[in-house]
Design a protein around this ligand. Structure first.
Ligand SMILES: NC(=O)c1ccc[n+]([C@@H]2O[C@H](COP(=O)([O-])OP(=O)(O)OC[C@H]3O[C@@H](n4cnc5c(N)ncnc54)[C@H](OP(=O)(O)O)[C@@H]3O)[C@@H](O)[C@H]2O)c1
Length: 351
C-alpha cells in the first residue's frame, strides 16, 4: 500500500503522517501483512524537521516506511513521478496565507487541478483521493443553523473562494477519480500556529472578538488524522464501505464566545476578558500586521484582512455527524483538545 501525502510537512500533513505511522495503524498492518509506504510530498525549500523526527520514531516499527518525494502543485511536470503507482493520495497542500491574493488561486485552485490532471494521466487506477478542503468553502450560516454539504457555498475570503474552486475541480474529476472531500472547521492542536494566537492572548487574560455574537465549531487535529486513517482502513477492508462525496469534520458542539472564554480561562488558569475590536480598528490592525510581516519578518501574517473577513462572521456551523457515524469515530471535546494543545505549547516552549 502506497500513500502519497501532499503538503506533508505542513501542520495538517505532518500530523496525518505522524498519526498514520503510529500504533493505531499497526493492527491494520497485522491484518493485511503488507508494507505501508508513505511518500511525503514536499518542496526543496520545505522545512522537514518534524517529518525527520517522525522518521526517526517509526524506523523501528516494521512494515512502515516513510520517504520524501519532491513536487510543487503549481508545476504539473514535477508531480507525475510522485503520483505514479500510489494507491491513496491525501491532498493537504494549500496556501492559507499570502501577501498576494492571486497566489491563493494559483496554489489552491490551479494546483489542485494540476494534481487531478496528473492523476488522470499517470494513475487512473488510484484507489482514493482524500482531499482536505475547508469549512471556509461553505461559508458562514445566516442564523444559528448548521450548514449541510448540499447547501449553496458562499465563502467570504479569497482563501475560501480558492478552495471552493478546488472543490469544483474535484467534483468535475470525481467521475473518473474516487474522491472523498473533507471539510474541517478551524483545526487546532500541537504545532498549530493559527489558534496559537488565541493561546497567547489567553495568557495575557484577553480574548479578542470581531463581532458581537460568535458561534463556532472546531476540529481537533487528531480527529481529522483519525478520520483519514479510518478511511484508509475502509479502503483496505473490502467489507467496509464509505461513499465518495463531501463531509464536514468538526466536533458537533457549537461554542459561544462566553464558552470559549471559560474554556481558555480554565486551561490557562487566568481570568479572561472578552474585548471586541471595532471594525475600523480590526481592519487597520490586520493591514498593519500584513505590512509588518511582509517587510520585517519576510513572511505572510497569520492574522490578515482575508482572515478578518472570516472572523467577523457570526455563525460558523456545520453538520459533521455523517462521517463520524460511517467511520465509527469520536470527536474530541474542545476542553480536552485545548488542554492537550496548551500542554504541548508549554512543553515545547512555545508559551
Ligand atoms: N489549519 C487549519 O485551521 C485548516 C482548517 C481547515 C482546512 N485546512 C486545510 O488543511 C490543509 C493543510 O493546511 P495546514 O494548516 O497544514 O497548512 P500549512 O501548515 O500552511 O501547510 C500547507 C502545506 O502545503 C504546502 N504547499 C504550499 N504551497 C505548495 C505548492 N505550491 N506545492 C506543494 N506544496 C505546497 C506547504 O509546503 P511548504 O512548507 O513548502 O510551503 C505545506 O506543506 C489545507 O488544505 C487547508 O486548506 C486547514
Amino acid at each position: 500500500m502506497k500513500i502519497l501525502i501532499t503538503g506533508a510537512n505542513g501542520f495538517v500533513g505532518s500530523s496525518i503522517v505522524d498519526y498514520i505511522s503510529s500504533y493505531q495503524f499497526k493492527n491494520l498492518l497485522h491484518k493485511n501483512s503488507e508494507q505501508i509506504i508513505i511518500n511525503c510530498m514536499v518542496r526543496k525549500s520545505s522545512n522537514v524537521k518534524r517529518l525527520n523526527s517522525i522518521i526517526e520514531k517509526i524506523d523501528k516499527i516494521k512494515n512502515i516506511s516513510l520517504n520524501f518525494v519532491y513536487g510543487d502543485i503549481r508545476e504539473p511536470q514535477t508531480l507525475s513521478d510522485a503520483i505514479k503507482g500510489v494507491d491513496i493520495i491525501i491532498h493537504c497542500a494549500a496556501l492559507l496565507r499570502t501577501n498576494n491574493v492571486q497566489e491563493y488561486y494559483d496554489v489552491n485552485h490551479i494546483g489542485t487541478k494540476n494534481l487531478l490532471e496528473t492523476i488522470r494521466l499517470h494513475n487512473p487506477n488510484l484507489k482514493c483521493l482524500i482531499a482536505i478542503s475547508s469549512q471556509a468553502v461553505s461559508g458562514p450560516c445566516d442564523k444559528n443553523q448548521k450548514k449541510s454539504v448540499d447547501e449553496i457555498c458562499a465563502p467570504v475570503s479569497h482563501y475560501g473562494k480558492s478552495k471552493l474552486l478546488a472543490e469544483t475541480e474535484l467534483l468535475k474529476y470525481s467521475k473518473i477519480i474516487t474522491t472523498i472531500v473533507l471539510r474541517p472547521g478551524p483545526i487546532y492542536g500541537p504545532y498549530d500556529k493559527d489558534m496559537f494566537l488565541y493561546f497567547q492572548y489567553a495568557k495575557k487574560g484577553l480574548l479578542p472578538i470581531f463581532s458581537n455574537e460568535f458561534f463556532i465549531q472546531f476540529t481537533f487535529i487528531d480527529d481529522l488524522a483519525n478520520v483519514c486513517t479510518k478511511i484508509i482502513e475502509f479502503i483496505l477492508d473490502k467489507t467496509k464501505k464509505i461513499n465518495p462525496g463531501i463531509y464536514f469534520v468538526a466536533e458537533e458542539k457549537c461554542y459561544s464566545i462566553e464558552e470559549l472564554k471559560d474554556i481558555f480561562s480554565e486551561t490557562v488558569g487566568k481570568k479572561i476578558k472578552i474585548f471586541k475590536l471595532p471594525s475600523f480598528v480590526a481592519y487597520s490592525y490586520a493591514y498593519i500586521n500584513e505590512l509588518v510581516h511582509k517587510f520585517l519578518f519576510k513572511k505572510p501574517a497569520v492574522f490578515n484582512r482575508d482572515k478578518l473577513n472570516e472572523l467577523k462572521q457570526k455563525y460558523w456551523l456545520c453538520h459533521s455527524s455523517t462521517i463520524k457515524e460511517i467511520l465509527d469515530v469520536k470527536y474530541t471535546p474542545l476542553i480536552d483538545g485545548i488542554r492537550k494543545t496548551y500542554q504541548w505549547y508549554k512543553e515545547n516552549k512555545w508559551l
